[in-house]
Design a protein. Sequence first.
Length: 277
Amino acid sequence: GSKVTTATFRNMKQEKRPVTMLTVYDYPMAKMLDAAGIDALLVGDSLGNVVLGYDSTIPVTMDDMVHHVKAVCRGVQKAMVVADMPFLSYHLSRETAVKNAGRFLQEAGAQAVKLEGGIEVCENVRAIVNAGIPVMGHLGLTPQSVHQMGGYKVQGKDETAAEKLLSDANALVQAGVFSIVLECVPVPLAKLVTESVPVTTIGIGAGPFCDGQVLVTHDMLDIYGNKAPKFVKRFASLYQIIMDALSAYKEEVQNGSFPSAEYGFSMSNDVLEKIKG
Ligand code: KIV
Ligand code: NA
């Protein structure tokens, strides 16, 4: 099929067909998600937590992101690849924001960028959009602001916060975003935003009324065997499968049953005798 684009997103909202998005950070997983027909692949700055072992997204750099977006794009034919702009890469000036966003399309091969925040980032969002780069917004729980939020928790529960979220969504639309991620937002507020804006909302921990859904792939596949947030459904338990395979390998090498004859290469006895002299 043909490439998923911002026009596909618009049509899907109109036709009320849910957009599927998942995170991805490398080539093998990108190939699998694309083959499975997932509409959009997000190279999230969750890279920091999920793949690089940091305890937040704050240490992630532009160079880290570009490296992984490149690997992902090599594995994708159909899905839209969205690159997450890391901490401080879109705040300093319109110029650096456009330059950094541009790297993801020009150097790495992504089709869109995502960035966190509302009214405060709209001037730079407009500049990026004006350069021809599709922008996905991100409201609610915005992990790059973890120190300001005072932890990872549901956002938009009280009247002030809910009103702020709705006006941020409208400001992002005015600035030209084609889509908005809503993370850890109460179900009724996510529904209201989705009905209020003309662009595609994509929820994570934001209920069933968004125009699409996203999850961290490593969470939904349970690759780490850790405790997951409330909104994560485990669609598989890969941790146990991988640990069982590792134990079996260790056991078979230690007891000599691997590698058995079928895994070895033969050679002619003549050659062997000659080299023995
Ligand atoms: O970085 C990320 O994985 C994200 C999603 C959770 C939306 O921003
Ligand atoms: Na992110």
